[in-house]
Design a protein around this ligand. Structure first.
Ligand code: FAD
Ligand code: DLZ
Length: 514
């Protein structure tokens, strides 16, 4: 009789998928391994809530596996035997416990994928890699879809996903005959509107917090260690999903681009953390949202649902596909050759610009900002200020609870900084105060004036905006989506142009004081 293999299976911190086929039966020849390691806590300076969130969710997941009868090795951050990298610890476990086979799931991050690939080459036992069974698409499906195409348009990818997976379709046509409801969506919040208060959790994470301090892990931001607000297991993630479809979905599309001081989550789902750790799947999120709409179509209009589905089956899958298509060269792209550093107030919120202060403060307090705050406030400013994309990436990769490179870098370097020269976006997302005021209630309380372009109280976004276009005319003037701005710029009086450029220069030289 053949001896049964003794298998070691690695579960990464963002592979907490209880629905994975690995777990359908208990096999006493299989041991699962999870580990808290310095390579992961230190590849960026993370928000304290992010590190705690990952560790708490990993510990919950390992406990749940053990309760189901699975064998788990869980290595904590301060374990004496911890060698603080996946490959070194794995080697140690394999040698110590005489495993005869090693399994892992496809990692979502290029760096970890390379590390585990290389590790398997060194092994004297057999190994196998399988899918993480989370995404709609396979790793290189988008690459195949766009093969031979110059433009990688999200809209065409999104439509093909809707069709392939029969989501909101009537045969071959989109339900209601229309693919895109952006026109109906994206409104400013009425001034006295009180959004639904967010559902938060109250987990005591003081034990993990004190372990992080003992380990000396550098972090940013704050945490209420007795009331950790993020979901850390599948049950809580499903509660958050229920809360979203019952309380927020009906206004999701309408206010998805709106911003309001001191309102940190509005009608957003805050499901990115749960989804990125695979506590819940994109498919079940979409199915739950569709079910809620079907049950109550009067409360949840179709445009709200479509706006939400688009984010997940569209943008989320698209960004992952772009990541695997373009890595590793993507992480070096710097189309505008930007070189500046991020101002130090990105880590303190101490700026007189009300919009920047609010977006940074809430990022430090909650490890969260919604999409338009990331894109049109902090990202917009960094691009206008000519900050090096490496600096911008490091900040975004650290500060947000949901930041994992595949979805962070494509959004930051790609969509927000246009450092990829137009792989993800068709034009840079920059704006003056006009857009910020159109979508928010920040400008009314700001030290700077949204309508002043030059002078002491001039909103920095105004002059930096024109300075950006002036600086990059060679790269942008031919772009059909922005040619119009160059017509306006060229028609401006020379003395007005000079004043704007001088103002921008002054602000760039005094960026720390803004
Ligand atoms: P909702 O507004 O409720 O949207 C629902 C879901 O749609 C999200 O949970 C998310 O899974 C998905 N989604 C929406 N927009 C995008 C998008 N552009 N790309 C991919 N998925 C999307 N998202 C991350 O998950 N991790 C990141 O590190 C990250 N970094 C970003 C950096 C920048 C500069 C920008 C502009 C965007 C970034 N995003 C990132 C995308 C988006 O901002 C977040 O997914 C969203 O804010 C998460 O909050 P939510 O769950 O409340 O989203
Ligand atoms: C983000 C993160 C952190 C902070 N810590 C760990 C860890 O200690 N152990 C672990 O397995 N995963 C962690 N993660 C998530 C990983 O960085 C993630 O699994 C990889 O980036 C692969 O996508």
């Amino acid at each position: 009789m053949m001896r049964k293999q003794k298998t070691l299976r690695l579960i990464l911190g963002d592979q907490l998928n209880a629905q994975h086929s690995w777990f359908t039966s208990v096999d006493d020849a299989v041991t699962y391994v999870m580990m808290e390691v310095r390579t992961e806590t230190d590849y960026a300076v993370h928000h304290v809530q992010k590190v705690i969130g990952f560790f708490a969710a990993m510990r919950e997941f390992s406990k749940a596996l053990e309760n189901q009868g699975h064998t788990v090795i869980y290595m904590r951050i301060n374990d004496e035997a911890n060698q603080h990298s996946f490959d070194k610890n794995l080697k140690q476990f394999i040698d110590q416990h005489h495993f005869t086979h090693f399994d892992y799931q496809l990692p979502d991050e290029y760096r970890v994928d390379e590390c585990l690939n290389a590790f398997c080459q060194t092994l004297h036992i057999t190994s196998n890699v399988c899918d993480s069974e989370h995404f709609y698409c396979e790793r290189f499906e988008l690459s195949e879809f766009f093969k031979g195409k110059k433009m990688l348009l999200m809209e065409s990818f999104y439509r093909s996903m809707r069709t392939k997976h029969s989501v909101l379709m009537e045969g071959a046509k989109p339900f209601s005959g229309q693919w895109n409801y952006d026109e109906n969506n994206r409104k400013k919040l009425p001034k006295n509107h009180k959004p639904t208060p967010p559902l938060t959790f109250h987990t005591d994470v003081s034990e993990i917090y004190s372990e992080l301090k003992t380990a000396g892990i550098r972090t940013i931001g704050t945490v209420d260690e007795r009331n950790f607000l993020w979901p850390i297991n599948r049950k809580e993630s499903l509660q958050l999903l229920d809360f979203f479809v019952n309380e927020c979905l009906q206004l999701f599309g309408t206010y998805q681009d709106a911003m309001m001081p001191n309102e940190w989550s509005l009608y957003h789902s805050r499901l990115s953390f749960s989804m990125n750790l695979k506590l819940i799947s994109p498919k079940e999120v979409i199915e739950r949202a569709i079910e809620a709409w079907k049950q109550n179509p009067e409360k949840i209009e179709f445009n709200q649902l479509e706006g939400f589905v688009r984010q997940i089956i569209g943008w989320r899958e698209y960004m992952r596909g772009i990541y695997w298509k373009e890595m590793p060269s993507y992480s070096d792209l710097n189309y505008f050759n930007h070189r500046q550093k991020l101002p130090s107030w990105y880590w303190t919120g101490k700026t007189k610009m009300a919009c920047m202060r609010d977006a940074i403060d809430q990022s430090l307090n909650y490890a969260y900002a919604h999409h338009i705050q990331r894109l049109m406030i902090t990202g917009n400013f960094a691009l206008l200020a000519g900050v090096h994309p490496d600096e911008v990436d490091a900040w975004y990769l650290g500060i947000y609870i949901d930041a994992i490179e595949w979805v962070e870098i494509t959004n930051t370097r790609g969509m927000s900084q246009f450092a990829d020269g137009g792989i993800v976006g068709t034009k840079p997302y920059v704006s003056s105060a006009t857009y910020i005021d159109k979508m928010s209630h920040y400008c009314g309380s700001c030290y700077y004036s949204k309508s002043i372009k030059v002078g002491e109280r001039a909103c920095p976004f105004n002059s930096l905006y024109w300075n950006f276009y002036d600086q990059h005319e060679d790269k942008l003037a031919k772009n059909p989506r922005i040619g119009m701005m160059y017509n306006v710029w060229r028609k401006m009086k020379p003395e007005d142009k000079t004043a704007l450029l001088e103002q921008a220069q002054y602000y760039l030289e005094h960026i720390e004081e803004l």
